[in-house]
Design a protein around this ligand. Structure first.
Ligand code: FMN
Length: 188
């Protein structure tokens, strides 16, 4: 089983990244192979104009790095979107990936693969109670794609690395990773 984190924070070693590592540690110790991709390392442009029939959409910008990341996305059994809250939403890096995914996910070749995965969400943010801006849209997206939602983690942390001092949050990230693997194993 492959567990992939798509890290949408441009801040390597930041709060989302630290929580993502704990998540992967939990997944790894539960028996999964793990991988992390920083979306900011890839050039993924915003989606271009697409047609109204989802299954027939063409990705007119497929000459950038999107397909490299999409390939890893397809290979994963569990995908964890890890993104801080930026302006009451996911980061632009995450949003570009999500939007571009919608040029592919309804095609007959991919629809079943997208639906077969388990998904988790991790988010960090500066002001208490802001996690819903990330968990709400991503959970809705997973439901829309008929994927399995494995859970989420919202943590208040503002300064870079502040979450390192939050033992409870780190433990919850680890537990979410382990739970994600257990739940997916139980399905097969
Ligand atoms: C451009 C930008 C927008 C932000 N918008 C919000 C926001 O709307 N709500 C909030 O609580 N924190 C906001 N923050 C704070 C970050 O969510 C917070 O610092 C978080 O820990 C960053 O995660 P990271 O260390 O993984 O990059 C924003 C930070 C930046 C740089």
């Amino acid at each position: 089983m492959l567990v992939l984190v798509l890290c949408g924070s441009p801040r390597k070693g930041g709060n989302t990244d630290i929580l993502a590592d704990e998540f992967l540690k939990g997944a790894g110790e539960a028996g999964a192979r793990t991988e992390k991709i920083y979306l900011d390392d890839f050039r993924i442009r915003p989606i271009g104009p697409v047609g109204d029939v989802p299954a027939k959409r063409r990705d007119v910008r497929s000459d950038d790095d999107f397909l490299k990341v999409f390939k890893r996305f397809l290979a994963a059994d569990v995908v964890c979107f890890a993104t801080p809250v930026y302006w009451q939403g996911v980061t632009a890096q995450t949003k570009c990936f999500m939007d571009r995914l919608s040029a592919y996910k309804w095609r007959a070749a991919y629809r079943g693969k997208v639906a077969a995965k388990g998904y988790a969400v991790i988010t960090a943010f500066g002001a208490a109670g802001q996690g819903r801006w990330v968990t709400g849209p991503l959970k809705a997206g997973v439901k829309w794609a008929r994927g399995t939602y494995l859970g989420d983690l919202s943590v208040t942390a503002y300064k870079k690395g502040a979450v390192k001092k939050d033992a409870a949050a780190l433990a919850r990230a680890y537990a979410l990773g382990a739970k994600a693997v257990r739940k997916m194993k139980a399905r097969v």
